[in-house]
Design a protein around this ligand. Structure first.
Ligand code: HEC
Ligand code: HEC
Length: 214
């Protein structure tokens, strides 16, 4: 059942063309959304911008390839999260394609972010911008891009993601329950970080603006 509803969503997206680029919210409000989309917005926020307090990540504006890889990774058990494993399992290939394209096209720039927390800034900024090469920790921005805005389809944005979400991911890699990254890149990095560093670097990126303006 879910499948056909989401296919309908895909059709709506196709028919509406670029309209979503300027008006992402009305789909949720005009009642035309499938139950599946309502399910996603229930946790990821009405504009798919995440919910900081709960640690639910932003999906709006992330690469469709990255997002679909994550959904397949949840399906395959390479990422652990009871909710997402269940939701991902209910999506067909076509659903995944439609929904991730839709998320990727949502605009994000108009959303302001709180300014950076200064307490974590020194340690967090140092790791983010310079790394700790004596422990083989490269600077995060070398892969995640200047300002942590993300690069291409492989390196997701960290800027403006909830700190709690980033912390959870780094801990999951430490524990080995997220093991979906090419060549264990993030696994190695996460295992080299201590708890204080994980918190600091997560706070640092959470405080950066999504659109990359610095
Ligand atoms: C009950 C809450 C909940 C609902 C509903 C939900 N999600 Fe999630 N989602 C989460 C949480 C929590 C995470 C972070 C999981 C983790 O820590 O690994 C997540 C992560 C994700 C990610 C990975 C993002 C990234 O940056 O790697 C994708 C993609 C995703 N969800 C897609 C969806 C889609 C599509 C739907 C609707 C079909 C959906 N979610 C519905 C809670 C939810
Ligand atoms: C050598 C390249 C590289 C470096 C350096 C790097 N990352 Fe990553 N990171 C990746 C890749 C690739 C992924 C996506 C993995 C996947 O496909 O799920 C990722 C994903 C993440 C995620 C999950 C984001 C999400 O949306 O789920 C977090 C959090 C993260 N990295 C934090 C960091 C931090 C903090 C640093 C610096 C201490 C860092 N990364 C340095 C390559 C890198």
């Amino acid at each position: 059942m879910r499948v056909s509803r989401l296919n309908l969503l895909g059709l709506c997206i196709a028919l509406s063309g670029g309209a979503f680029a300027s008006e992402p919210l009305p789909i949720a409000q005009h009642g035309g959304v499938s139950q599946v989309m309502l399910t996603c917005t229930g946790c990821h926020g009405e504009a798919l911008m995440g919910v900081a307090a709960a640690g639910f990540p932003r999906l709006a504006g992330l690469s469709a390839d990255y997002l679909s890889k994550q959904l397949y990774d949840f399906k395959a058990g390479k990422r652990f999260n009871p909710y997402m494993q269940q939701f991902a399992a209910g999506l067909s290939d076509q659903d995944i394609q439609s929904v991730t394209r839709f998320f990727a096209a949502l605009p994000t720039t108009q959303y302001a972010r709180p300014s950076r927390a200064s307490a974590a800034e020194d340690l967090g900024a140092r790791l983010a911008l310079r790394g700790a090469w004596e422990r083989n920790i490269p600077e995060c921005v070398s892969c995640h891009g200047p300002g942590g805005v993300g690069v291409g389809n492989t390196f997701p944005p960290l800027a403006g993601q909830p700190a709690l979400y980033l912390v959870n991911q780094l801990r999951d890699w430490q524990k080995g329950v997220r093991r979906n990254d090419p060549n264990d890149l993030m696994g190695h990095i996460a295992k080299a970080l201590n708890e204080e560093e994980i918190q600091a670097v997560s706070d640092y990126f959470a405080g950066l603006p999504v659109g990359g303006a610095r």
